[in-house]
Design a protein around this ligand. Structure first.
Ligand SMILES: Nc1nc2c(c(=O)[nH]1)N[C@H]1C(S)=C(S)[C@@H](COP(=O)(O)OP(=O)(O)OC[C@H]3O[C@@H](n4cnc5c(=O)[nH]c(N)nc54)[C@H](O)[C@@H]3O)O[C@H]1N2
Ligand SMILES: Nc1nc2c(c(=O)[nH]1)N[C@H]1C(S)=C(S)[C@@H](COP(=O)(O)OP(=O)(O)OC[C@H]3O[C@@H](n4cnc5c(=O)[nH]c(N)nc54)[C@H](O)[C@@H]3O)O[C@H]1N2
Ligand SMILES: [Mo]
Length: 905
């Protein structure tokens, strides 16, 4: 144990460096510090009792590490210095992985509940049982339920066990035959619709800081605020701090680590859409230097729109374009098309008068002047104009770059160097999808989409494939499907074609399914690394519903809220005990030269289990066998491929397909996947620790697969309008049948429009003198991006957070507001919304917009079985709600910023 004490100091030191650099702006690049310390030591280290691993202290898990074992104890951790992306850095979370292993609050052996009463304040009265009893009880119930009606089983997953999540999220639910596969991660994470609509990718897009010169970040973390150590963020920091050749502007009510190192533009929460409309107005009507060539050939700008708001179609059924070269109206793919007219008005198409999309789009921004936007956003009109001008001036419109493709050919691609992107801070809002579409609009106006320096889809390849109308085909959440009645899914996903995930709604429905038109009730629940109680919203409503489910089991690392409500606990390994593979490609935050062409496949050698736990995938596969569905499970793996990372699927060759009747271990399945994808075995991976694949530079850019005019991005959102029209038809027809509280059809569907308009929302109506006269906001912190790995329990992390981040676990209030309200540093106050209230300590700061309360982190627990510290923090999610009328009208994400009032406790 002495060794642990020693390593504690070195961990704190390292955490201090990484933490301080990202939290406080200390002028030391984590990249350089780590490289200097760790150069070329890898080979020696391995001889010295070090083992290959990779992190998973956050949901990314993309930082390869090395851990050292001495006398059977893990005593030291470091980033793998050979990693081309992270170059051996680890953040404070990654440095704490040893505490994840030796966490005293772990579930150490299978457990059975003996208190039949379930509730957050009930003692489950756990007793230890054998693995055999735990598995046979769980499989026995699940088998019976499946025989009766597989829909009566709910499978809940999340990012808490992402190693597992990556591999078996849908295979198990699919094999079982339940429609109720519920991801708990989505309600507060609606990032996907607009990226799918415009780029045809999942999970999203990110700026290419390899070449970008200007990044406008709207309510998002570029990675520094999450203390992400993976290559992108470190590369970006180097450019910001050392090379000083990139301008980053963070539009945020709160000045976090990203904003503190770049430029912070404080905004009033809720005014984001208005702000972007003001910027776009200025770009179109004042600066007037757009990428017209891109608009003509790479967007649907020239498509003619009929009086019904849809594409006006020719006799061949295709969208039409006016060619100003010869004055003729032509189909979009006519090879004689020379000069697509984006300003065409009142053109005759097949007997109707039609006008070019771009004219509608442009007219749509006419009244949204910077002065107007300033009133809504609190950002001065002058600043709005400056951002519009800087965005265009830095965009390099007209420039090109020559890169090699995978066939060894030189390709000339446009290079654009201004990008705008937003994340949770603007998307988790009533008008979240419209706001997100405006970030895409800014990029499209300067041609900065899937080209070097632009906004890139996280998946690479010919993802911009056009639909039959020649416009990029969405592949996920932007696709539309007509609703059906009665609904089959507990989350009523039939009614919400563009939803991300709806766990809170699902559990509300589960409490009273008949009322919602469902033909079945819920009998059983299995949870793996998901926490619909704590990580989403309306925690008590969800907990009440979970308590009513007759049987519930959790593959549990520790006693979190879902474990607390369970009948059986199946203990899973801690991170270092889990064997794992993970492919880094398309991580979330940002691309740089270190990462843009890389795929890094990493491997974690499992440490000998400390307790009586198991590899989670093998628990699930064994359940499949015991339930009698191993054939279905194997068939699903064969069909979908082996998932090797968040977006990496390995299709198995015929000879390697899983055979019916055989229960494979996860090891064998990964081995087949890795061999198929990387042509190496898992044994090779164990020797090398990681495999690196380099993409040819041109192939990293999705537009390189298509010539001018072959595929187009939508500036006119015809598909969104179509979804709204389809939904209106359904809900009108079924209005007497559908039960959906807090749903106003007209209010909801007005957001489904081809040209986005501004509308006031609850947030924008908050004013002095109201009952709720302030707005609360929440953000991820470097040590608390979410609850994966039990971040909120780790003593090193709590210590580092409270030492380096004065906002951590507290309520940040602007100096001026605090003075007005007579509130002082350290006061204990209540923050109360329509939905709930939380108590905590005040931190007074200039780094937050006036009249806003900032609550940092995904913190707070509703059970004390994770220790007093984790339970002591205020839980932000009590303030929010899942009312459809408050959620994003398209992606149904919870509004994360809400009206509140504060008062002394
Ligand atoms: N206040 C607030 N809430 C948020 C967010 C926020 O920033 N602030 N972020 C939102 C976002 S973007 C997302 S994606 C979601 C994510 O939400 P979820 O997908 O639910 O993921 P987590 O909250 O990370 O973890 C879920 C549960 O798994 C447990 N767990 C930890 N380690 C392990 C393990 O090794 N194995 C198993 N089986 N379980 C483990 C955790 O303690 C936690 O209770 O959260 C959302 N909720
Ligand atoms: N390394 C690493 N990277 C990750 C993750 C991880 O766990 N580790 N998690 C990934 C996941 S699942 C997600 S969803 C993303 C989330 O990534 P982000 O969306 O970037 O995360 P947040 O920090 O929650 O929110 C970003 C910003 O929004 C601001 N904000 C809050 N409310 C408002 C508002 O009303 N208006 C405006 N304008 N801004 C507001 C906050 O101050 C914060 O700075 O990160 C991903 N990236
Ligand atoms: Mo997320």
């Amino acid at each position: 144990m002495r060794q642990i004490t020693l390593s504690r100091r070195s961990v704190l030191k390292a955490a201090g460096i990484a933490g301080a650099a990202s939290l406080m702006g200390v002028n030391l690049s984590p990249a350089h510090a780590a490289e200097a310390a760790a150069k070329d030591r890898t080979e020696q280290l391995l001889k010295d009792g070090w083992h290959f691993g990779h992190c998973r202290m956050c949901m990314r898990g993309t930082c390869p590490n090395l851990y050292r074992v001495q006398n059977g104890v893990v005593v030291e951790i470091m980033g793998n210095p050979k990693t081309p992306t992270s170059k051996g850095a680890l953040c404070a979370k990654g440095q704490s992985i040893i505490q994840n292993l030796y966490n005293p609050y772990r579930v150490k052996t299978p457990m059975k509940r003996t208190n039949p009463k379930k509730g957050l304040s009930e003692d489950p009265m756990w007793v230890e049982i054998s693995w055999e009893e735990a598995m046979s009880t769980t499989a026995g119930v699940l088998k019976k339920v499946r025989e009766r009606d597989p829909r009566r089983f709910v499978y809940t997953v999340g990012f808490g066990d992402m190693d597992f999540f990556c591999t078996f999220l849908f295979y198990f639910a699919g094999a079982y035959g339940t429609p109720n596969y519920l991801k708990s991660n989505g309600t507060l994470c609606v990032l996907h619709y607009a990226s799918d609509l415009v780029h045809g990718v999942f999970p999203g897009v990110k700026p290419d800081a390899t070449y970008a010169k200007y990044i406008l970040a709207m309510g998002m973390n570029l990675g520094m605020g999450i203390a992400s150590s993976d290559g992108g963020v470190r590369g970006l920091l180097d450019r910001v701090v050392y090379e000083k050749d990139i301008k980053v502007v963070c539009v945020d009510p709160h000045c976090g680590p990203d904003a503190s190192k770049t430029e912070w533009v404080p905004i009033r929460p809720g005014g984001e859409l208005a702000f972007m409309m003001g910027v776009i107005h200025s770009m179109i009507f004042e600066v007037k230097k757009l990428d017209f060539d891109f608009l003509q050939w790479r967007t649907n700008s020239p498509y003619l729109i009929g009086p019904d708001g849809y594409y006006a179609r020719g006799t061949d059924g295709k969208p039409q374009i006016l060619d100003s070269a010869d004055g003729k109206v032509k189909s979009f793919d006519d090879p004689t098309l020379k000069t697509p007219d984006i300003y065409a008005v009142n053109v005759d198409v097949n007997g109707v008068k039609a006008t070019a999309s771009f004219v509608h789009v442009k007219n749509g921004f006419k009244t949204y002047t910077p002065e107007w936007a300033a009133k809504k956003s609190g950002i001065p009109a002058k600043k709005i104009r400056q951002i519009a001008k800087d965005f265009i001036d830095n965009a390099s419109i007209g420039e090109t770059i020559e890169l090699m493709n995978g066939k060894g050919e030189k390709v000339i691609l446009p290079k654009r160097t201004s990008v705008c992107e937003g994340k949770r801070g603007i998307k988790n809002m009533r008008d979240g999808v419209p706001a997100d579409l405006m970030t895409k609009m800014m990029n499209m106006l300067v041609g900065s989409i899937d080209v070097p320096g632009g906004m890139l889809g996280t998946q690479r390849g010919p993802y911009l494939k056009p639909d039959k109308d020649g416009v990029v085909e969405p592949k996920g959440e932007a696709r539309y499907k007509d609703p059906v009645y009665p609904p089959q899914h507990l989350n009523l996903s039939e009614y919400f074609p563009h939803k991300h995930t709806l766990p809170t709604l699902a559990f509300k429905v589960a409490a009273d399914p008949k009322k919602y038109g469902l033909e079945y009730e819920v009998d059983a629940l299995l949870t793996v690394g998901g926490n619909p109680i704590a990580s989403t919203t309306e925690p008590y409503a969800v907990a009440d519903s979970v308590a009513k489910i007759p049987f519930s089991a959790t593959v549990a690392y520790h006693y979190d809220e879902m474990a607390h409500m369970s009948d059986i606990l199946l203990p899973c390994h801690a991170l270092l005990e889990k064997e794992s593979v993970n492919c880094y490609e398309g991580a979330f935050d940002v691309y740089t030269k270190e990462t843009v062409t890389k795929k890094v496949m990493m491997y974690r050698e499992p440490f000998k289990p400390v307790y009586n736990s198991r590899q989670p995938q093998d628990i699930i596969i064994e359940l499949c066998e015991r339930i009698g569905m191993i054939n279905e499970f194997n068939a699903n793996v064969n069909k979908t491929g082996v998932m090797l990372g968040e977006i990496t699927f390995a299709k198995l060759p015929e000879a390697d397909k899983l055979q019916p009747g055989v229960r494979y271990s996860i090891r064998e399945i990964w081995d087949r996947g890795v061999r198929s994808y990387f042509h190496k075995s898992l044994a090779d991976m164990a020797k090398e620790g990681m495999l690196v694949m380099d993409l040819a530079p041109a192939d990293a850019y999705n537009s390189s697969w298509f010539k001018k005019g072959e595929t187009r991005h939508p500036v006119y959102f015809e598909r969104l309008k179509k979804s709204g029209d389809g939904l209106r038809k359904f809900f009108t027809e079924y209005k007497d049948k559908v039960y959906l509280p807090d749903f106003d059809l007209d209010d909801q569907l007005q957001y489904y429009e081809a040209v986005i308009k501004w509308r006031p929302k609850k947030l924008t109506e908050v004013k002095k003198g109201d009952k709720y006269d302030m707005i609360s906001i929440n953000w991820k912190t470097p040590t608390s991006p979410m609850r994966s790995a039990g971040n909120d329990q780790m003593p090193y992390l709590n210590e580092a957070s409270e030492t380096f981040d004065p906002a951590y676990g507290k309520f940040s209030i602007n100096t001026k507001t605090a003075k007005e309200k007579g509130i002082k540093e350290g006061d204990t106050i209540w923050v109360e919304s329509e939905s709930g209230k939380i108590k905590g300590q005040v931190h007074i700061t200039e780094l937050i917009f006036p009249d806003v309360v900032g609550v940092a982190g995904a913190l707070g627990r509703l059970v004390d079985s994770l220790g007093k510290k984790a339970a002591s923090y205020p839980m932000y999610n009590k303030l929010t709600n899942a009312k459809i009328s408050d959620c994003c009208a398209v992606a149904i994400g919870v509004s994360n910023s809400v009206p509140v009032r504060i008062y002394k406790a």
